[in-house]
Design a protein around this ligand. Structure first.
Ligand code: 13P
Ligand code: SF4
Length: 300
């Protein structure tokens, strides 16, 4: 009798499928995936996939980007409820109204958003490339949606551009606080604080490094420090430890768990491949429009 990971590997081979996983996925899922990465890396990888079936372990908007880049392939998500609450904090109607209030602003949309919102935006960005994307916009006025914290992080680096923010945020990243981090610093005085730009601004202010999930790995590799306090979802610690076995990683909060990322389990991956569920579909008109803002970002 094969164990579950052997069954997944065999089925993946038989069906000509590939597994992509985000850095927040459970350790056993990261270990079985063909590629693990941040949003930008996974979008780029999905542009050069030969297999017919892409099984995406992450949240809905990430699988949706993969489908928009690969309309002729089957893109599967093991649990249809794996959404991102931040993505649902702005609707197309709300964005239309906001655009009316700032008619001269370029619309910059964090990829943590739904396809119909991307379709109304000028360009997308991720946590890895926000500054570069904002600099690429010809407009000096930017309407940034939906994450006010990532937007503020970018705005703080670009004094010449005027930003308007939508009041969206990530509930998982709200658990980090300056007070808890100051206490951790007393216990680990030599540790570097590494924070995702979805963290609150007071957390960003005391961080030594602010970056995307995958950029945390290169920062830890390149840094002289031996200890790091990590302010992002706990799933990140698996890869950080695996790729830096001589360094120590301390969670910035034990409660930083994204319940949506954790909906995907190894069993659901097997069922997904067996039953070919759940297929991501995007309405063609929306796909074509949204793809423009995604491809504009990927071309930078
Ligand atoms: P990254 O693109 O940095 O992996 O972030 C995605 C995300 O959802 C963070 O909460
Ligand atoms: Fe969305 Fe936050 Fe989960 Fe990232 S961690 S997928 S932003 S809810």
């Amino acid at each position: 009798m094969q164990d579950i990971t052997q069954q997944i590997r065999a089925l993946k081979e038989k069906k000509n499928a590939i597994i992509l996983a985000h850095n927040y996925q459970l350790p056993e899922i990261q270990d079985i995936a063909d590629y693990v990465g941040d949003s930008l890396e996974l979008a780029r990888i999905s542009q050069r996939i030969a297999q017919e079936i892409i099984l995406f372990c992450g949240v809905y908007f990430m699988a949706e980007i993969t489908k928009m880049l690969n309309p002729d392939k089957t893109v599967l998500i093991p649990d249809l409820h794996a959404g991102c609450p931040m993505a649902n904090m702005i609707s197309p109607q709300q964005l239309r109204t906001e655009k009316g209030t700032h008619p001269d602003a370029g619309v910059m949309c964090y990829v943590n958003s739904n396809a119909d919102v991307k379709a109304l935006s000028d360009i997308c960005c991720t946590s890895a490339n926000g500054i570069k994307v904002a600099q690429s916009l010809k407009q000096n006025e930017i309407l940034f949606i939906p994450d006010k914290y990532l937007g503020s992080y970018i705005a703080n680096q670009l004094a010449k551009k005027k930003f308007h923010f939508w009041p969206g945020y990530c509930p998982t990243h709200m658990v980090f606080s300056k007070e808890d981090l100051s206490k951790l610093k007393v216990k680990h005085p030599d540790a570097r604080i590494v924070a995702h730009p979805e963290c609150r601004l007071d957390v960003q202010e005391i961080a030594d490094k602010i970056c995307s999930t995958s950029q945390m790995i290169s920062y830890a590799q390149e840094s002289d420090a031996k200890e790091f306090i990590i302010c992002t979802e706990l799933g990140m610690l698996h890869r950080l430890k695996k790729e830096n076995p001589t360094k120590e990683f301390i969670p910035g909060s034990p409660s930083a768990i994204c319940p949506n990322m954790k909906l995907t389990t190894i069993e659901k991956i097997l069922w997904s491949l067996e039953r070919m569920e759940f297929k991501i579909e995007v309405e063609e008109k929306i796909r074509v429009q949204a793809l423009k803002s995604i491809e504009r970002m990927l071309s930078l």
